[in-house]
Design a protein around this ligand. Structure first.
Ligand SMILES: [Zn+2]
Ligand SMILES: [Zn+2]
Length: 236
């Protein structure tokens, strides 16, 4: 999307939000983009998926893509499927300043964490490029990771991983372009030593897994024993 178009769209939302206060994307109640009652009712993903990449897959074993092109990540797990109210809530979180939805959504991530029997020594949010974060005012993955870390009682390393360079938004790219767009885009802070640690990356949406896998490469290079990814939602 052209920068001008994106700006116009953001301006439109800002103006709209001045006139109309936030409303729960499910029940329409005013003052929040997702009320806690509705967040509690969102159905956790329970479709059959590839145990490696988390894509919809009936099995047996891993999906065709993972057989031919294995990820550096040990696995990608997600609390929800990216559809309906979940998609609307994430849209509010990312594009409409709805930071308040991070907590009720992270509470459900904590529930999914238990359901999936996940384990880790350290949580690491997927970083935004500094320009994008400045534009948005926050990093939605960091907000989710902070709340999740509190809920499940794990340490969070917010400044460990960073973007080496700005990358084009993944949303309009083909799957192949997404992989080359983020290759070598991430690095760890100097003196980072992750030897023997099980690290879990936290992000809002997993689509092709390209961004998450590029992060995993940077973490594995610093000695991480395994890198898994846990996202709020997984593409349909
Ligand atoms: Zn509601
Ligand atoms: Zn797979």
């Amino acid at each position: 999307m052209a920068r001008g178009t994106r700006f116009a769209q953001q301006l439109y939302h800002v103006l709209l939000d001045l006139v109309l206060p936030p409303r729960c994307v499910v029940c329409g109640r005013v003052e929040t983009w997702l009320c806690r009652t509705c967040a509690q009712k969102l159905p956790l993903a329970d479709r059959p998926v590839c145990p490696r990449c988390g894509d919809a897959w009936e099995g047996p074993g891993v999906c065709d893509r993972c057989r031919t092109m294995p990820l550096h990540l040990a696995s990608i797990s997600s609390a929800f499927v990216y559809e309906d109210a979940v998609r609307d809530a994430i849209h509010a979180l990312k594009y409409r300043g709805g930071q308040g939805v991070a907590r009720p959504l992270a509470e459900r991530m904590a529930e999914a964490w238990q359901v999936h029997h996940l384990a880790a020594d350290l949580l690491v949010p997927v970083p935004l490029h500094i320009d994008r974060e400045a534009q948005r005012g926050y990093n939605q993955s960091q907000l989710l990771a902070r709340e999740l870390a509190i809920q499940i009682g794990l340490p969070l390393a917010e400044l460990l991983l960073y973007r080496v360079r700005a990358t084009a938004s993944q949303t309009r790219l083909s799957p192949r372009e997404r992989w080359s767009n983020v290759k070598d885009a991430f690095a760890c802070a100097t003196a980072t030593d992750l030897t023997g640690l099980r690290v879990t990356l936290v992000d809002d949406v997993a689509t092709t897994g390209a961004t998450l896998d590029a992060c995993a490469v940077a973490l594995l290079a610093r000695g991480a024993r395994t890198v898994n990814a846990f996202t709020l939602a997984h593409a349909v």
